[in-house]
Write a protein that binds this ligand. Sequence first.
Ligand SMILES: Cc1cc2nc3c(=O)[nH]c(=O)nc-3n(C[C@H](O)[C@H](O)[C@H](O)COP(=O)(O)O)c2cc1C
Length: 268
Amino acid sequence: MNNITEHIKSRRSVRTFDDRELSKADIEKLASFANTIENPYKIPVDFKFMNAKEHGLNCPVTVGTDLFVGGKIKCTENASVAFGYSFEMFVLYAQSIGIGTTWIGGTMNRGNFERAMKLQGTEQMYCVTPLGYAADKMSLRETMMRKGVKASVRSEFGEVFFDGSFGKALTRERAGKLADPLEAVRLGPSAVNKQPWRVVLTEDAAHFYVKKVKGIPVPSMQKIDLGIALCHFALTAEDLGIATEFVILDSGMPTSADAEYIASYLLK
Ligand SMILES: Cc1cc2nc3c(=O)[nH]c(=O)nc-3n(C[C@H](O)[C@H](O)[C@H](O)COP(=O)(O)O)c2cc1C
C-alpha cells in the first residue's frame, strides 16, 4: 500500500453511505488484498463478504449500504491483537481505494452476523465493517454519535507516549525518527474512541501496552485497539525505511501497574 501516512490521516469512520452498490472491480480488489494480509502473530484472519438482506444483518448506526465484511480468527493467545492488526490493514486498503468503513464490534445483531460468518470450532468474529461509498452529508445519527464519543479528538502525544519509563511524557523531538510512526498510532480508531494504547520508547525499542481499568481484565475490544496501534506503527515505520523487529519480551521492558504489556518493536 502506497502513501500509508495519507490514508491513516484521512480515514474516519463512515456510517452514512450513498446507496450505490460497490462495483465488482472494487469488491475484487478488496477480496484479493484480503487474501494477502498477514499480522506479526502469524494467526490468519479469514474475511467474508456478506449481504445484509440475504442474512438478516442489522447495524443500526449505518445507512446506505447492504454490504458488510467480517473477519474470523481461531481463538488462541493474542488472537484479538492479531485480529486488530489484520482488520486494520483491510480498513486502510479500503480507504486507499476510496471505500468507506467503520469498525463495528457492538452495534449489530451479532447472532445473525456470526451465523453468516459460519464460525467453526473456536473461531471468533470480533468485528465487522460496512463497505460503501461515503455520502456527501452525514446522517443526524452519525453526527450525534461522533459528538458523543468526541470521535475527532485524540489524546496529546505526551499523554500516551512515554520517554524511558511510564510517567515521563515523550516529546516529538525526543521521539526523533519515530515521531511519525507514533503519530500514526495516535490517530488510530479505537472502540468508543478510548485510545487505550500506551507506548514507552527506550534506547532501542518501542514497547506497546494497553491501559488497564482497575479491577477488571482488559476487554478484547481494547486489545483489538492495540493491534490497530501496532499496525499503524509498523506500516508507517516501514514506509519511512525504519527497520524494526516485532518481539514479545518476557522481561526487561518497563512496567506499570496501570498498563498490561502487549509487544515491542526493536529498532535495528
Ligand atoms: C474495535 C472497535 C470497535 C468499534 N465498535 C463500534 C461499534 O460497535 N459501533 C460504532 O458505531 N463504532 C464503533 N467503532 C468506531 C469508533 O467509535 C471510532 O473509531 C472512534 O470513535 C474514532 O472515530 P474515527 O474512526 O472516525 O476516527 C469501533 C472501533 C473499534 C476500533
